[in-house]
Design a protein around this ligand. Structure first.
Ligand code: MF3
Ligand code: CO
Ligand code: CO
Length: 255
């Protein structure tokens, strides 16, 4: 469903706050990465993320957001997104796990995620994860003033499908600043030359979810966990980006 809010143009003061939030989000993911090993539960990852976020003077935006029960999302193997951390879900060799974090820092959100390998991946899992990360970077490369949201979707869809994978349709990137999810909606599929035009000062996420098999998703009874309909693998990477005068700045990179 298309978003109807106005697309905000952030001031340089607000962009600085987004840089601070984005950096903390990237640092949180880097802090969690060494914990991703066989035997760790997704709840342990959640609890460490919550502790670290508080220790850095921030809060976890997902916690309580529209009733979401935890501080991060942990999406393992066939889970597309919004997997809920759970003590009974213990990682094992060969799994892939997307960890999605959104610290809220001084009123601004930094939203980023990566898919990690647990131990040694299968060749197929390795290819899916590598293709998905490249999809994110190809999408980011389209961003500059005057380009359009559809240019991002087309670049991602063309590459993912050429590599034999499919693009999830039911979840999209989104504007992000003081508000967690707002305009513009960033579809990860579509046609060049369509959609909203970018202007310097817009900030949004690009977060392609790429599937091994069908793009169709199914949300579980918990109201959050989205699975692939065919239970094949899904991977995701996400950055928060700002449109600059001559291109794009990734806000969720490590310094
Ligand atoms: N961080 C997710 C995103 O990329 C949103 C999670 S909302 C939650 O947009 F409630 F599930 F946490
Ligand atoms: Co996210
Ligand atoms: Co997001």
């Amino acid at each position: 469903m298309a978003r109807t809010e106005t697309i905000e143009i952030l001031s340089s003061r607000e962009l600085d706050k987004m840089r601070t939030a984005g950096r903390l989000a990237a640092e949180l993911l880097a802090h969690l990465e060494p914990m991703v090993k066989p035997g760790v539960s997704t709840l342990e990852l959640n609890d460490e993320a919550e502790r670290w976020t508080k220790a850095h003077g921030a809060t976890s935006a997902p916690l309580g957001y529209k009733g979401y029960p935890k501080s991060i999302c942990t999406s393992v193997n066939e889970v597309i997104c919004h997997g809920i951390p759970n003590a009974k879900e213990v990682l094992k060799d060969g799994d892939i796990i997307n960890i999605d974090v959104t610290p809220l820092v001084d009123g601004y959100h930094g939203d980023t995620s990566k898919t990690f390998f647990v131990g040694t991946p299968s060749p197929l899992a390795k290819k899916l994860v590598e293709v998905t990360e490249k999809c994110l970077m190809l999408g980011i490369a389209e961003v500059k003033p005057g380009a359009r949201t559809g240019d991002i979707g087309a670049a991602i869809q063309e590459y993912a499908e050429a590599m034999g994978f499919s693009v999830v349709r039911d979840f999209s990137g989104h504007g992000v600043h003081r508000v967690f999810h707002t305009a513009p909606e960033i579809l990860h599929f579509g046609k060049r030359g369509t959609g909203k035009r970018f202007r310097a000062g817009m900030v949004f996420t690009i977060e392609p979810m790429i599937n091994e098999g069908t793009w169709e998703a199914e949300v579980q009874a918990d109201g959050w966990t989205a699975l692939t309909k065919d239970r094949k693998l899904s991977a995701q990477f996400e950055h928060t980006v700002a449109v600059t005068e001559d291109g794009v700045e990734i806000l969720t990179l490590l310094p």
